[in-house]
Design a protein around this ligand. Structure first.
Ligand SMILES: Cc1cc2nc3c(=O)[nH]c(=O)nc-3n(C[C@H](O)[C@H](O)[C@H](O)COP(=O)(O)OP(=O)(O)OC[C@H]3O[C@@H](n4cnc5c(N)ncnc54)[C@H](O)[C@@H]3O)c2cc1C
Length: 293
């Protein structure tokens, strides 16, 4: 590993200022479960590593007045997994966090690191996109807010500019009569998803007719993606076996998987069909059961 400077800023302004320095190639470090692996094995050579651990105001889970939740970027995934507020208001986010790695990994790995690493297979991304979450970005002085579905620009790439950090993720309140879930397939424990599917479906009162739906897919495109054509097919339709079969086939059509070390593109297409069918079938059962179960 090449020598590098290590700094532990104690304010957000200081952290952003070091990251903004055009003379260096500074890298933020949260839990380090991606950064350190990349520095040891993937040729990442930052001149400065900027620890975010001492920066106040980045590790929190806040129950918002509107019924949503704001999660600080440096909050460990273990805290997200076990948070009573998240389990009550957006349980599918706790469910997705619990799918990441092992207990040890989740105690270090942060939600912000999972998103800013921008792997197409990041486990928290599909469900947060499906829930309409927003990224709160700061340059240390001012903030801007970007829909999470617009946050990713390519593998390992985000809209974050030099000197900017993700400060928090804001999950809006769940609409009435909505069902959300995240499903992941993987080769072995502690592996990123081969395919991940996040769903948030809102139903008309007393029926299984879809009022609004968001379906997001992980590990089948250069970025986690919304399956917009599938959503359009589902909108306003009664969720039954025929609709679910048509929607699952549409999801395969719009996924753009590639062959990589985790799976072939052909296998991923099969998984997209099966997993879309499973999450939609679960949503249908929930709606038919009066929004329970
Ligand atoms: C054994 C093992 C198993 C794993 N299993 C999974 C898995 O099942 N699913 C999965 O999705 N991932 C998995 N991962 C990957 C990793 O643990 C996650 O992506 C984790 O959430 C990264 O968080 P971190 O805090 O460790 O990020 P870091 O490594 O600290 O940072 C990751 C990237 O984000 C940037 N960054 C971090 N925080 C911020 C911020 N606030 N603002 C701007 N940039 C920031 C860093 O500069 C870096 O580019 C695994 C990793 C290991 C080592």
């Amino acid at each position: 590993m090449k020598a590098f400077d290590y700094v532990r800023p104690s304010t957000l302004e200081e952290a952003c200022a070091v990251l903004a320095d055009p003379a260096g190639s500074a890298k933020a470090l949260a839990g380090g479960t991606d950064v350190l692996v990349q520095m040891r094995a993937a040729g990442l050579r930052p001149s400065v590593v900027v620890s975010l651990k001492d920066v106040p105001g980045l590790n929190f889970i806040h129950a918002d007045d509107d019924g949503g939740v704001t999660i600080g970027a440096v909050t460990p995934l273990g805290a997200v997994e076990h948070s009573a507020v998240i389990k009550e208001r957006c349980p599918a986010v706790a469910q997705a966090a619990a799918w990441v790695g092992s207990v040890q990994v989740r105690n270090r790995a942060t939600i912000g690191g999972n998103l800013c690493n921008a792997a197409p297979s990041a486990d928290t991304a599909p469900i947060l996109i499906a829930l309409g979450a927003e990224a709160v970005i700061t340059d240390g002085r001012e903030e801007r807010v970007v829909l999470l579905e617009e946050f990713f620009t390519g593998p390992g790439q985000t809209v974050l500019g030099r000197g900017e950090l993700l400060r928090a993720v804001r999950v809006p309140p769940a609409p009435a009569r909505s069902f959300a879930t995240y499903l992941k397939t993987f080769r072995s424990a502690m592996d990123c998803c081969t395919v991940g599917v996040g769903l948030c479906a809102t139903f008309e009162e007393g029926s299984a007719a879809i009022k609004d739906v968001r379906l997001a897919l992980g590990a089948v495109a250069p970025t986690p993606m919304r399956a917009r054509a599938t959503e359009a097919l589902l909108a306003g339709r009664e969720l039954d076996e025929t609709t679910i079969a048509a929607a699952s086939a549409k999801a395969v059509e719009e996924a753009q998987p590639i062959d990589d070390i985790r799976a072939s593109a052909a296998y991923r297409e099969v998984l997209v069909e099966v997993m879309s069918r499973r999450v939609l079938t679960a949503a249908c059962a929930w709606a038919q059961n009066g929004g329970r179960g």
